[in-house]
Structure formats: C-alpha cells, structure tokens
Design a protein around this ligand. Structure first.
Ligand code: MN9
Ligand code: PYR
Length: 303
C-alpha cells in the first residue's frame, strides 16, 4: 500500500455548507453549481467538506457519505484539494467514513476530537486519532483543533505523532491562541501543512507561518482573501491589513446581530445565488430581515 503523500496544502480552502432542500433533505444537485461558483467566482482551489460549516455533527453517516462522494466527483480535476472531515462521536463511525473517503478518492481526511465524552488527556486524543487514521493509511491525515471543545493543547497532541500515525500531515487550527498556533508551526515537520481557521485573523496566522487556511467565509469572500494573501506575499502589509480589516468589520457586525451557521449559510446563499436551503435543527433558519442587514453591510464594505 502506498504511503500518504507529502504534497503541501496551500492557499484557501472553503469549508463547504451542506445544501438541503426546503424539507431538510440533503440536496446533492446543488454541489455541481457550488463547485462552479467557488472556482469561477471566488478563485477557490480547495474545499473542506463536512466540517463545522457543513453541519457534519447534525448529519447521519449515510448523508455524510453521499455528500463526500458528490463533492469528490464534482471537484475532480477542478480543485487541488478535497479534504473530508470524518470526525464523529463514535470511533466506529469515524473509521467507516475514513475508509469511505479513501475509496472515493479524497485528497485527505481531517478529524475533530469527540466532544461529548471529551478525551481527558492529549494521549487519549492521540489514540483516538490513531485508530481513525489507521482505517485510511494512504490518505494524508489532519488533526482539526478547535480548542474550545477539547481543552487540550495542540502542541502536546502533535508531539511525536508520526510515530503513532505515519500518515499524519498537519493541523487545521481553529483557535485564536497564537501562542499555541506558533508552537504548532514551529514543531511542524517540512512535509506537514498547518492550516489556519479563524478567518478574521488570518493575516496574523500567515505571519505566524500558516501554509494555508480553511474557513467558512472564503465561500463568499475568497476572492478578497486571495488578494490579501498576495499582498502578504509581496510584503505589502498595508494593503493586506486593509483587506483583513474589512473582513473583521463584516464578521464583527454579523456577530453583533447573532452570527451562526444559519446566518452564515443564508449569507452564502444570497451572495452566490445557490439554493442552500435551511440549516438543520437545532440550528434555526436565519430571518430574511437579518440576512438583508448583513448583505447590505457586505455590499457596503466590498464595493
Ligand atoms: C467555528 C467556525 O465555524 N469556524 C470557522 C472555521 O473554522 C471559521 O471559518 C469561522 O466561521 C469564521 O472565522 C467566522 O468567525
Ligand atoms: C471552517 C471550518 O473549518 C469548518 O467548517 O470545519
């Protein structure tokens, strides 16, 4: 069996929303047009499927497989990276999804820590990750850190982790603690990719050494964030900050009005024209009035 490849993941990955019908069923027919939109209108070359933004924890395993399969099919030859999040509360479900991701030709898998029975130590978490990774040993494996869930420090989790997980290739870090993030970058190996996940402070993440980024807002602001990354790379920090501050202004405004997956999904639907449908309970649909306010703000910022 070929070992997992060492290809670096760079640039922006959009964390995809899960299209649902008005009745709340998974709507696979939107995924083709969704890939068109991301590639043609947002300059996005990577997707992160069935993560937080995709409401994975509210989906059944069967639904997650259908979605993963359709995203892989539609993104084939068009995206550089399709990473499927396969984390579940149950180890067995995670292994099942990991195996499935390998079968359908995903470029990598990511796993978030279980959050009901939380691992009490870094070692417990590493053992969980190891068991999932071993179900798909040919796929690059990324640990998805949301510190607010696990409470464990990323630096401890990744210590010597390749001894346990030979396919380990990096971290998707969705926390604002730049000390922990910096430690993660400084420990990371040359063939790992460290992906930052807090869109409103990506510039700081880039300064700290992020190779790329995964986020929900790149669905509808990817083109601007690509400009920010280019400005950072050419050392035009004034321009990079100007763009980052615009994103901060929008996110802050949205948070004040009650930003959640439902609102975020509606925002994407309005900006893109895609029929994404409602979120799934317990997330509530976004009221049209609230969506309009945020859209107006978006339009006033990005003219
Ligand atoms: C918790 C969450 O959903 N985080 C997303 C990805 O990690 C981000 O993309 C945020 O949605 C974004 O930074 C806006 O706060
Ligand atoms: C944003 C992100 O990474 C997620 O939806 O999982």
């Amino acid at each position: 069996m070929a070992p997992a490849n060492d290809r670096k993941v760079t640039g922006l990955l959009a964390a995809t929303f899960t299209p649902l019908t008005a009745q709340g069923e998974v709507n696979l027919s939107v995924i083709g047009p969704y890939v068109d939109y991301l590639t043609e209108k947002q300059g996005i070359k990577g997707i992160f499927v069935n993560g937080t933004t995709g409401e994975s924890m509210s989906l059944s395993v069967a639904e997650r497989k259908d979605l993963a399969e359709e995203w892989c099919l539609r993104a084939k030859g068009r995206m550089d990276n399709v990473i499927i999040h396969v984390g579940c509360m149950s180890l067995k479900d995670s292994q099942d999804l990991a195996r499935h991701a390998a079968e359908i030709g995903a470029d990598g898998i990511a796993v978030i820590s279980p959050s009901f029975f939380k691992p009490k130590t870094a070692d417990a978490l590493r053992r969980f990750l190891q068991e999932v990774a071993s179900a798909a040993p040919t796929l690059p494996f990324y640990y998805y850190q949301i510190p607010s869930f696990t409470g464990v420090n990323v630096r401890d989790v990744i210590e010597d982790i390749e001894k346990l997980i030979p396919s380990f290739r990096g971290v998707k870090f969705s926390g604002s603690d730049l000390l922990d993030f910096g430690q993660c970058v400084s420990y990371s190996q040359p063939h790992w990719s460290v992906l930052y996940g807090v869109d409103e402070q990506l510039l700081a993440g880039l300064a700290m050494g992020a190779n790329g980024a995964v986020g929900s807002t790149y669905n509808y602001m990817g083109c601007y964030v690509n400009q920010m990354i280019s400005a950072f790379e050419t050392k035009d920090l004034v321009k990079a900050r100007t763009i980052q501050f615009k994103i901060q202004e929008l996110v802050r405004y949205a948070i004040k009005l009650g930003f959640d997956i439902g609102v975020n999904k509606q925002l994407m639907a309005e900006v893109s024209g895609l029929h994404l449908g409602p979120p799934r309970l317990p997330v509530m649909p976004c009221s049209p009035d609230l969506a309009q306010l945020i859209i107006q703000k978006y339009q006033s910022i990005f003219v």
